[in-house]
Design a protein around this ligand. Structure first.
Ligand SMILES: *Cc1c(COP(=O)(O)O)cnc(C)c1O
Length: 365
């Protein structure tokens, strides 16, 4: 292929549609601090996602850090997955908490609740699972565990925008859920993120923490960050939301085509997406089994020769980074999957012919 194909290409609204929003911002001179566009986006996202309260953030990482802080976790262990993006682990350390990395279920790529239970000690204060690739965790079992041990449950739902499980938004599970609106995600505001909460009291707390901990002119409750989303980013979000159904439909078509074309390829397994009623097709991960003629890394290099840049999401696992080595535990499933997984290009404007060519490379044609 002559042009380079990357694992993703961001969705962008029409530039012309953006100009009126800029004019509005220039007219009223409100640039940030929860202005009208910010409020409108929070409102429209609650409606679209089917959640009660949402607090917008300038990115998903600051939202994660703030979510842990909002639950008042001051000391102790947080159980999480080693098979994720580094921000999940960072958010634990930023809160002076200790990460405990528990293995995943190899079929779902999500944290294994049975192993979570074995890892709970009297130091455990929370569980921070990830809905990896937008695939729902075992939310029922994890809730039972959190209730039984009286610990908090926060979902890193960075990949899970728009996913429904048991006919309701996946974001309604857990004490809090955190989403990312980064350029590479299903719904983007260039940079951005949000915390979903279930009570007005919690939203108020989150909103204060998002704004330096300021309660009123003379009261600051906590040492916290500035996590506010600007009016420009909010405007982008409002525009992106208008096209979200088309975005998701286009992803679905690509997902189905890949699955069909790869169905009978020996040694290639497409990770199943069956646990949700409504999926967002955020990624297209394949597992390159040991029986496949090429290793995962060899296939990755072969793609590059064709100007196709697949990604090893998620490799390495957290505990293979030097800074996290001291927290390493026995997580063979996460390790194995990280060495066999490859995410194929997946974005709404990807031409179907390119998908076909990608699968031809896999088939050695
Ligand atoms: C993208 C991502 C984040 C961080 O989101 P940003 O908005 O980029 O800060 C956190 N966790 C996971 C699993 C992610 O993929």
């Amino acid at each position: 292929m002559t042009k380079s194909i990357f694992v993703t290409q961001p969705v962008l609204p029409h530039l012309a549609d953006f100009i009126p929003y800029l004019e509005q911002i220039w007219d009223n001179k409100i640039l940030t601090n929860c202005g009208p566009l910010h409020q409108q986006l929070e409102h429209e996202l609650c409606e679209y996602l089917g959640v009660k309260y949402i607090s917008l953030f300038n990115n998903g990482t600051i939202a994660l850090i703030t979510a842990l802080q909002a639950l008042g976790l001051e000391k102790g262990e947080v159980i999480t997955t080693p098979y994720t993006f580094i921000a999940t682990a960072h958010s634990i350390i930023w809160n002076n908490l200790t990460p405990v990395f528990v293995d995943i279920d190899i079929l779902t790529s999500n944290i294994d609740p049975k192993k979570v239970e074995q890892a709970i000690t009297d130091k455990t204060v929370a569980i921070l699972p990830v809905h990896c690739y937008g695939l729902p965790c075992d939310v029922e079992l994890l809730k039972d565990l959190a209730d039984k041990h009286n610990i908090k449950l926060i979902y890193d739902a960075a990949h899970a925008f728009g996913v429904k499980h048991n006919r309701k938004s996946l974001l309604n599970y857990g004490d809090l859920s955190v989403i990312s609106f980064h350029a590479t995600k299903v719904f983007n505001t260039f940079e951005g993120g949000a915390i979903v909460s279930h009570s007005l009291e919690m939203k108020t707390k989150v909103d204060q923490l998002r704004n330096f901990g300021i309660v009123d002119e003379v009261t600051v409750s906590d040492v916290s960050l500035n996590g506010k989303l600007s009016e420009i980013h909010s405007a982008l979000g409002l525009l992106q939301l208008k096209d979200i159904e088309q975005t998701l439909n286009a992803r679905k078509v690509i997902d189905e085509l890949y699955r069909e074309l790869l169905r009978d390829v020996d040694g290639i397994t497409c990770i199943k997406r069956t646990a949700s009623d409504i999926d967002n097709y955020a990624y297209f991960p394949i597992v390159v089994e040991d029986s496949f003629p090429l290793s995962r890394d060899e296939l990755f290099e072969k793609f590059k020769e064709h100007n196709i840049y697949a990604r090893k999401y998620f490799y390495p696992i957290m505990t293979d980074f030097d800074i996290y080595k001291k927290y390493a535990d026995h997580t063979p499933n996460a390790k194995w999957l990280s060495e066999h997984v490859l995410c194929l290009p997946m974005y709404p404007t990807l031409e179907l012919e390119i998908c076909q060519n990608i699968t031809k490379i896999i088939k050695g044609l």
